[in-house]
Structures are given as structure tokens and as C-alpha cells.
Design a protein around this ligand. Structure first.
Ligand code: SAH
Ligand code: SF4
Ligand code: F3S
Length: 477
């Protein structure tokens, strides 16, 4: 599926599939030069594009959704799997054509692929004028100026402090109801398969006051749901002399206290770090959603050890049990990798049995893709044939679809509080929204309701991905 130009889903985005062009909305002005930005990868990247847009707009750039109109074409990239990088290179071919028609147009590569390949990108992709890593966006105006003078601009410096805390993001492709807020950057975990620690650098937490201020601002502008983002949100930690320490549990509670009408979500939780304190904080606050994205990666303890995930199957199961014990209505979703180095058929079946046991509401599922420079690339052989990886993935996908469908069927006849996000994709007669468990619900509209309102919806039918219901009661807006 090619979904450029579609709105950004609040779910974590499938890195290989999605690219989204900036829909400038009211931000489009006629003054100055125009930029076009397209984003790939995880929610953090989409959130970063909003920071980039903000930086450019203070430089008198305006946004355009037409590639051909742009003086500056930016692509915010992902390196998580080889396929993600291939997608980016294909887009660069298209930009090349546009540039040939309109000489003087600058093309900039931002994000994880910029960080991974650095100057090499300019050698490999002749059309690229700017290569800017995730911690260097403040430098964009200077780099653009030097590129305008014919000098290619590269900044891939990774910072230990940068959180862009003072930059107010320009909301891109916004539905006006839900928004992302970055709370940490980078990752210190070193999972052996993962390129993120190399592309995003060391983990750092953002000042809680700036997070709260951003959430308050969003609420005042009509937003009703914020998703707090980080590669490992549970390790959020703010420590400053003279101020009380703030951990992740405290942070979500503080954001939840802004208003009972502001929903709070977060992603991603790491199984080794999610604490009972966080789970108790979720149940204590009605507006913190009953949903945890808790990627398992593999159901086999031996494979998890090779992956350097630092938990085993039992530990993971214990965390799932704690979630169900403390938050009875909680939905759990996962990420799964098929065919990691040396994975046996039996170990693959351990992953299948985990999916069945954990009853995930949904999962993001991938075949293992070796990334240069990672611990797995250096230490292990990528020895599972592609056909085997694909077959295992297929089995995983089929099982997850069955499990998702069963999970949805258990919701029939239940009534959920739903936050309306907008019109359903299929019909303007229907609204779409999510329940606390992050499941999408489609239901016929009622007069007087609008996106941002809460309604009680009773489910009467389901598909693998969606619940279908009817409004039983209008709620507060
Ligand atoms: N920080 C998150 C994950 C971020 S990357 C976490 O720890 O859960 C999103 C997902 O991409 C990962 O959970 C993993 O399932 C997948 N992924 C990462 N590297 C991969 C690789 N080399 N091959 C295949 N999938 C990978
Ligand atoms: Fe990658 Fe692991 Fe960090 Fe997630 S926790 S970003 S998988 S290194
Ligand atoms: Fe991709 Fe970078 Fe996110 S590699 S998944 S865009 S952190």
C-alpha cells in the first residue's frame, strides 16, 4: 500500500510501507520559498518532521503539498530494515526527475538514513544537497544557505542533550484531535538486530514542564488525545537539582491531570522496564488509555538472549499477567520478528504460542533484516533462508489475524467510550474513533456531534481490524 498523502495514524507506523507528505492546511502562506516534506518510519520521525516544519516556517519558508512547486524537497527517512531504505531510494529517483525540470531545487535527506550513511549518501545519490541527522535540525537554515551557494551541507552530529524542547511543532496532517509528543530521544538498549541506537544516539529525556506545556497548548487548541513517544518510554527520567525527580509514571499522571477530557497514550513500552507503578497509575487515571504496546520480538528465551532484549519468555509472560491483573480491561499489542539468526522451527513455534497466549489485539510483524554495524551483523550469521523467513512470517500473520478477530469478537455487545477522530474512510455518513484499548470503531453519525467529542458506542459487529457499532449515548465534548 502506498499511503503518501494520507493522515498519520496514531498507531506506530509500519516503517516499510508508509510515507506521508505534508498536508499544510492553514500553514500554507504565499510568502518566501516553499518546502515539501515527506516522512517515513516510526511515529518519532513524523513527530520530528513537525519540528522541522516549525524551524523552516520561522525562516519564512511556507509549506506546499505539490512536489513541483517546492524550492526545497525534504525526505525524513527510516533505516530500520533494508526495504525501508529501498523505498527511500525509489523516492529519490522521482525527486531527481522533478529537480531536472526545475534546476535550483534543493533535495535534503533527513532522519535515520541520513545518520546511518552520512556523506556516503551524497556520493551515492548525486541529487542530494543536504544530509541532516535527527539531532541537527536546528542547523537546517545554515545548511540550506550553504547548499544555495552550491556547497553540499552535511550535519550528522548526534547530541547527548538535544530534545527540541523549546520548539513548538507545526502539526502536520493533523485531524485536530490527536497528536504526538516526543518525551525521549535516542535509545540506550542495544538490541542486537536494531539500528536505532546508531541512528538516534544516546537516550535523553525532555523537560517535563515543556511536555506539559505542549499538552496544555494542544488541549487549548481543541486536541483531545496525546501520545507520548519514545523508543522506550518507561526509562523516561528527569533529574535536576532543586527539582523533584520525575519518572515515567509521574509524567503520565501529570499530563493526565491537565484535563479529564484529554486522553493520554504512550509508545513504546519495553518489557524489561514497564513497572507496576506505571500500571497502577494507568488504572488510577481514567483518561490514561488501557492499552500497552509491548513488543515481544520472539517467544523463545534463547532467541531473546541473542537479540539482547534482556528479558526471557517467563519475564515477558509475568509482565503480561501483571498488566491483566492490575488493568483488567487492558489491550496489549506487539512487534514480532520472524527468522532471526539461528532461529529453529521449534523456536518459531514458541513465537506462535506466545501470540496465542498473550492474545494481542494486534501486532506489527516483520522478517529479520540484517542491518550493517549492529551487534547481530557483527556476531551472528543471517542464516535463515528468505523463503523460510517469509513462510514463518506468513504463519505469524495468519495466527495474529485469527487472534485479533477473536479479540474483537469478545467486544461484541460491549459499550465503549469513543473519541471521535473524523469521518470513516469509507463513508461520510459514518464517524471513526478509538476506544481506550486503541481499537478503531466505525459508527453512524448523530446530529450535533463532531471530531473531538466523546460518545458511548455499542459494538454489534467486527472485522479483523475494526469494530462496528451504534451510538448509545452522547457524552461531553
Ligand atoms: N523501540 C521499540 C522498537 C522500535 S523499531 C522497541 O524496542 O520495541 C520497531 C520494530 O521494528 C521493532 O520492535 C522490531 O520488531 C522491528 N525491527 C527492528 N529492527 C529490525 C530488523 N533489523 N529487522 C526486522 N525488524 C526489525
Ligand atoms: Fe531498537 Fe531495542 Fe532500542 Fe527498541 S529498545 S529502539 S528495538 S535498540
Ligand atoms: Fe526508522 Fe529511525 Fe524510527 S530507523 S523506525 S525512523 S527511529
Amino acid at each position: 500500500m502506498d499511503s503518501r498523502g494520507l493522515g498519520i495514524s496514531q498507531r506506530v507506523i509500519d516503517e516499510t510501507q508508509q510515507g506521508t507528505a505534508f498536508n499544510p492546511g492553514e500553514a500554507d502562506t504565499e510568502s518566501g520559498k516553499k518546502f515539501y516534506i515527506e516522512s517515513y518510519g516510526c511515529a518519532m520521525n513524523f513527530s520530528d518532521s513537525e519540528i522541522v516544519a516549525s524551524i523552516l516556517m520561522t525562516e519564512n519558508y511556507s509549506a506546499t503539498r505539490k512536489l513541483e512547486d517546492a524550492d526545497l524537497i525534504l525526505i525524513n527517512t527510516c533505516s530500520i530494515r533494508e526495504k525501508a531504505e529501498e523505498t527511500i531510494r525509489k523516492r529519490l529517483r522521482i525527486f531527481d526527475k522533478v529537480k531536472k525540470q526545475k534546476p535550483g531545487t534543493l533535495v535534503g535527506v533527513l532522519g535515520c538514513m541520513a545518520e546511518r550513511l552520512k556523506e556516503k549518501l551524497i556520493e551515492e545519490e548525486k541529487l542530494v544537497d543536504l544530509v541532516v541527522g535527527p539531532d541537527s535540525y536546528r542547523d537546517l537554515p545554515i545548511l540550506i544557505a550553504s547548499a544555495d551557494d552550491g556547497e553540499k551541507g552535511v550535519n550528522v552530529f548526534l547530541s547527548r542533550e538535544e530534545t527540541y524542547a523549546d520548539i513548538s511543532p507545526v502539526r502536520l496532517n493533523s485531524n485536530g484531535v490527536t497528536a504526538f509528543i516526543s518525551i525521549t530521544r535516542g535509545c540506550d538498549n542495544m538490541c542486537s538486530f536494531c539500528v536505532v541506537p546508531f541512528t538516534r544516539g544516546r537516550e535523553r529525556s525532555r523537560d517535563p514542564l515543556s511536555i506539559e506545556a505542549e499538552a496544555i497548548q494542544l488541549f487549548e487548541n481543541g486536541y483531545r488525545e496525546v501520545t507520548l513517544l519514545g523508543q522506550n518510554v518507561d526509562s523516561y527520567k528527569w533529574k535536576r537539582e532543586g527539582e523533584g525527580d520525575v519518572n515515567f509514571a509521574r509524567l503520565i499522571e501529570r499530563v493526565a491531570q491537565i484535563s479529564p477530557l484529554l486522553r493520554v497514550r504512550f509508545s513504546t513500552s519495553h518489557p524489561k522496564d514497564i513497572t507496576d507503578e506505571v500500571l497502577h497509575t494507568i488504572v488510577r487515571n481514567r483518561n490514561i488509555c488501557n492499552y500497552v504496546h509491548l513488543p515481544v520480538q520472539s517467544g523463545s528465551s534463547r532467541v531473546l538472549k541473542l537479540m539482547n532484549r534482556t528479558y526471557d519468555r517467563e519475564w515477558y509472560m509475568n509482565r503480561v499477567e501483571a498488566i491483566h491483573r492490575i488493568i483488567p480491561e487492558c489491550a496489549i499489542s506487539s512487534d514480532v520478528i520472524a527468522g532471526f539468526c539461528t532461529e529453529t522451527e521449534e523456536e518459531h513455534r514458541d513465537t506462535l504460542s506466545m501470540i496465542e497466549w498473550a492474545k494481542y489485539s494486534m501486532s506489527y510483524m516483520f522478517t529479520y533484516s540484517e542491518r550493517p554495524g549492529t551487534m547481530a551483523a557483527r556476531k551472528y550469521t543471517d542464516d535463515i533462508p528468505l523463503a523460510t523467513k517469509k513462510r514463518r512470517l506468513q504463519e505469524i500473520v495468519l495466527l495474529q489475524n485469527k487472534v485479533s478477530h477473536l479479540s474483537n469478537q469478545r467486544d461484541i455487545d460491549k459499550t465503549f467510550e469513543v473519541l471521535i477522530e473524523g469521518d470513516s474512510k469509507r463513508s461520510s455518513e459514518d464517524f471513526k474513533g478509538r476506544n481506550s484499548q486503541n481499537k478503531m470503531i466505525i459508527f453512524p453519525k448523530n446530529d450535533g456531534l463532531q471530531p473531538g467529542d466523546y460518545v458511548e458506542v455499542k459494538v454489534h459487529a467486527v472485522t479483523t481490524a475494526t469494530l462496528i457499532g451504534k451510538i448509545v449515548q452522547n457524552q461531553t465534548s
